[in-house]
Design a protein around this ligand. Sequence first.
Ligand code: NAG
Ligand code: NAG
Ligand code: NAG
Ligand code: NAG
Ligand code: NAG
Ligand code: NAG
Ligand code: NAG
Length: 350
Amino acid sequence: MTPFFATFFLLGLSSVAATTNFNQVYEWKELDYEWPSEASRSKALKDKTFEPDNISPHFIAVYGSRLFLSLESYGGIPVTLVSLPTSSASSAPPKLTPFPSWDMHGKIGDCDKIEEARGLEVDSVGRLWVLDSGSNTCKAKLWTIDLANNDQTKLIHEIDINHSMHDLVLDETPNGTFAYITRWREEHIVVFSLERNQSWFVHCTPGLRLISIALSPKDQEPRQLYLAKSKELYSFSVAALHNGTRRVNPKLIGNWTGPPYRMLMDNQGTVYAAFLWKNYASSWNSSQPLQEQRFREAAGKDSYWPFTIALDQNGTLWMTVFDTNREKPSQRLLKAAVGAKSYMFEAPPE
Ligand SMILES: *[C@@H]1O[C@H](CO)[C@@H](O)[C@H](O)[C@H]1NC(C)=O
Ligand SMILES: *[C@@H]1O[C@H](CO)[C@@H](O)[C@H](O)[C@H]1NC(C)=O
Ligand SMILES: *[C@@H]1O[C@H](CO)[C@@H](O)[C@H](O)[C@H]1NC(C)=O
Ligand SMILES: *[C@@H]1O[C@H](CO)[C@@H](O)[C@H](O)[C@H]1NC(C)=O
Ligand SMILES: *[C@@H]1O[C@H](CO)[C@@H](O)[C@H](O)[C@H]1NC(C)=O
Ligand SMILES: *[C@@H]1O[C@H](CO)[C@@H](O)[C@H](O)[C@H]1NC(C)=O
Ligand SMILES: *[C@@H]1O[C@H](CO)[C@@H](O)[C@H](O)[C@H]1NC(C)=O
């Protein structure tokens, strides 16, 4: 290691150690929904449309005093999008409230309802964007739910494909809002233009089977899109996506220690990442060469999908952690003041 790198390495370590002091918000031995009645819950348990052990958080987003979780869509999961309060006076952890309502969640094949919620993002005006994977009979969809306006829910677009939708980022430009979407282990991203109400595929050469996605901060020009293929991290400038390009050639910038299923960038250029089958989550200061700092571990044996991660508008990092070491595994919600917001917001002046 050159002295130049060694200095950066130490700086990186100290900044992370100083910023990730987590507080526990809730701990659940068993996650459950807020049911309309005890009878509806018993019936769902009996006919196995509800299997509590299958509830597994997939993505998280935060706005104001509410958190939103999308849930893995195994069997026995009647609702894949729920909300929770960010704090509670009760000692019992809160139940998951179907969001925006029970009624907006259908059975597979109800194309005008939310079928399989995946990636979640809150935009700068307080709309929750929900990526819905669709089903064999329905296309994948994009929903917006206006959190600052009575949770007004709109199906804004249907994508000409279904299944494997994974995560999304939002690029709000003076020329309009774009969503960039990754599909699980596919060699393209989907670009959606809100103003044009159009989506198209952009192939990533050479043959990158992508999993996760992150976008660099708003005030960084040219803005970079980060894509992970297995452990490998690639990037390219999003300017190329605004004009309808159908093919991009991302550049390899380094390797993570595992395949990240979730990457999230803050407005100061730090990337947070969680990996398949790894019981730690890491961060990386993107103005330096790729060098991971572990900022949180889960207890017990490695699980497939141990964390969800989001940033709110007030400089707080929120995450769920799945610990497998107890007599019964537990999910916890943690928060840490990191002083940075999501990539969606401009950084304060130095
Ligand atoms: C962020 O701050 C605003 C204004 O102080 C507050 O209304 C909101 O609840 C806070 N959000 C979270 C997630 O703490
Ligand atoms: C969804 O995908 C399946 C299999 O990939 C395909 O057979 C079906 O036609 C698709 N449905 C729609 C609505 O696109
Ligand atoms: C946007 O496109 C979808 C198809 O993906 C269509 O159903 C919808 O009506 C369009 N919305 C507007 C406002 O034109
Ligand atoms: C907006 O569009 C104009 C004209 O097409 C282009 O010159 C400009 O670079 C675009 N700005 C952004 C941020 O994409
Ligand atoms: C879009 O812009 C990129 C560079 O930003 C350029 O290479 C490409 O040819 C352009 N594509 C179209 C269709 O204009
Ligand atoms: C990243 O890993 C790949 C193998 O997956 C290897 O070929 C490549 O040299 C590594 N790149 C860097 C920058 O470490
Ligand atoms: C990231 O690294 C740069 C360059 O070394 C440094 O100026 C900046 O303060 C670091 N950012 C954080 C959040 O530590």
